[in-house]
Design a protein around this ligand. Structure first.
Ligand code: SF4
Length: 107
């Protein structure tokens, strides 16, 4: 199937700098189980996988365009540009987000 026929027109170009790191990662890490309200499950069992996904995004050359796309498209699920759905909602509201990976800075 030709992806261009099903992807939105503003879907980011993820080929300019080679294959995105997430293409070779566990998809479950990028789509941890979340409650309908977007918060992680109470037992926080998804955190190790979430951390793995965020570590993958941290050095990705597409990080900014990936995050920008997800911020524009509110129905995107999972982790994009290193941010969860809940964190992206905070960013849209102008709220600070504390990154849960040690090397990242606060924004
Ligand atoms: S920033 Fe986006 S393209 Fe890059 S690894 Fe993360 S989810 Fe994949």
């Amino acid at each position: 199937m030709f992806l261009g026929s099903i992807l939105p027109a503003d879907y980011p170009d993820f080929e300019e700098f080679g294959t995105a790191p997430c293409a070779e990662s566990d998809p479950d890490a990028f789509f941890p189980e979340e409650r309908p309200d977007g918060n992680l499950m109470p037992n926080r069992s998804a955190y190790p996988m979430e951390r793995e996904a965020k570590m993958t995004c941290r050095d990705c050359p597409y990080k900014l365009r990936c995050l920008e796309y997800a911020l524009k498209n509110e129905d995107t699920q999972g982790i994009w540009g290193g941010f969860t759905e809940q964190e992206r909602r905070k960013l849209r509201r102008g709220m600070p987000v504390r990154m849960r990976i040690p090397e990242a800075k606060h924004i």
